[in-house]
Design a protein around this ligand. Sequence first.
Ligand code: C2E
Ligand code: MG
Ligand code: MG
Length: 662
Amino acid sequence: MKKLSIKTFSLILLLTVLSMEIIVFYNFYTSTKTTIHNLIKENLQTDILNLSHYLNKTFHPGSINSVASHIDNILVINNAIRDIHILDDKDKLIYHPTTRYGNQHAFDTNCLPIAKIMQSDILNNQCFEFQLKFYNNLDPYHYKVKIYLDSEYIHNILIEEAKKIFLLFLIVSLVSVAFLIFIEKIYIIIPLEQLRRYAYYSEYPPKNFFISELESIRYSLQITFERLKREQENLYTLSTKDPLSGLYNRLSLKEKVEWLISKAQRDGDQFALIFLDLDNFKNINDSRGHTFGDKVLLHVSKVLLNAVRENDIVARLGGDEFVIVLPKFENEAQITEVAQRIKEELSKTYNINDINESITASMGITIFPKDGKEFTTLLKNADIAMYKSKDLGKNNYHFFTQGLDKIVQDKITMHRLMEKALQNNHFELFYQPKVDIQTNKIVSCEALIRLHDPVKGIIAPDKFIPLAEESDFIIKLGDWIIKEACKQLREWSQTQLADVKISINVSSRQLNADIVQTLIENLRNIDDKKLDLEITESVFLDDFKTKLKVIKQLKRFGITFSLDDFGTGYSSLSYLKNIPFSTLKIDKAFIDELKSKQGKSFVNMIIGIANDLEMDVVAEGVETQEQLSYLKAAKCEMYQGYLCSKPLPPKEFEELFASDKC
Ligand code: C2E
Ligand code: MG
Ligand code: MG
């Protein structure tokens, strides 16, 4: 359906009303015309009949002057009569009031008899006549009176009347149309336009309207816009603020820094960005719970806000990472001052849930444009500098320098790679057989982790395990390894590999109370005796007591322990005496030396010590038949090495086991 604007619709409506008005006025005009017509007619009839009556009574051809003034009077009084003629029986004009018309007078031979005046149309019949009978000595003389009407005068009266009516009609129409347009504009068109603008811009609601329907639309719009605005504000807060601390989130930090960059570029300014990471926050979270951890983060947020100026920007990137941006500084000393203040304020004791503690943080600082011209570069370099602070013993700050870049960047890249790999299941456990030297049977295996990077391919553990061990990531990764190895044990328990033991390498950080729980959970429905944990001597460098306690606890569950890489570390016979190891693994370096006499005597010695302490011995890195023969003669129980096989994926390991090749 074609859409009409209110203006067009109103115009059509007005035209309809006008047409109706025209009909009404036309009817009014015709009835007025008839009324006037009748009035004139009645007047004429009366005057003509009176004249006929008067002349019949008083007319005498000899004294025509006696009737002349009467006839003149009639002409003066009744403007509709143009002339009155009196004619004798020979149709000779004997009188007419020449005074008003000069010698000009009308003649009409076809006058209607006066008797028909009642039925005739006086506009179309301009002349009426009647007979006058006069007796002289009983001889009748006939005279005629002709009355000429002034049809032009009558017409003019009607036209005048029509003009008045038309004028009235015009005035009434114009006034009513103007009034209607005015009312419509004030109460409908303007409010509608205001509503349209309001609906479009959603700003400045119009004042209340007089028309109730429009008012209810206005009210509904206002309510809807107010609700939308509230929701928009909520959404904005959600999208720009960190819900826990109320600080800016990464997205709004990016926006703000990008704005600062364009401003600084324009004005030739510089600004500083401090990347802050809390030290050992994970420990707080793990030991006191997440709710407590959240309170600590909130406390840190407050400390940061208090430590900076009003114009400085404080954001939380997530976890325990914060960023402080100093849009203005005079010299580097000022940045140092802020970092120092943050450090001091954070180290003050806080009280949460009646627990008094303090926290430290490591910070990295970058300066625009020196250390990066883009947000991501500035952040990345500040992150690198922060890592350097961690490396240097935490609770400190460090300015970014280009020299820092490479090593730390590689570490960060690898760290991210590991995090991603764990999320995307890109880690895999390979298994390397441990072979019984006497029977040549695979009796056990060592689980060795591999990282499948979609771009770089398989990455060996020495590329990432040392890095993972620097942070608590090794605990997460260790948990995954335990889960995966236990899953493998469960799978093999139904096959011919049911008796094959799995050794898992465990790092120092992993050996805490939590590993006990993790192992118990994962070893459900599995024979505990099938799991062996390989640890190196370096594990005991710190917190010897706790670690020994954990080992003893696990030992009670049937889990065995191997001392890995024996002979390379801080070898101390006291470990062997105090820690209940079941197996001792001779490091590959000694096996490589078997060619020499000295090498042989070292290996013999290690085997001798192990036998004395009733420990099994595994020789690592056996690559040749000679090495194996020597080990067999030296009564070494087991060997592990490329001579039998490299570490293999589970399927290939199963095939090797079945083939009995070693
Ligand atoms: P490791 O525990 O001493 O493991 C033995 C390493 O020697 C393995 O290297 C293995 O592939 C290699 N190897 C075995 N036989 C031979 C041989 O005949 N010749 C040579 N050249 N090498 C041989 P890989 O798998 O690269 O692991 C290196 C180290 O990474 C391991 O030393 C261990 O300390 C660590 N690692 C590996 N997997 C894990 C894991 O799952 N958890 C932890 N915490 N550390 C792991
Ligand atoms: Mg090992
Ligand atoms: Mg080893």
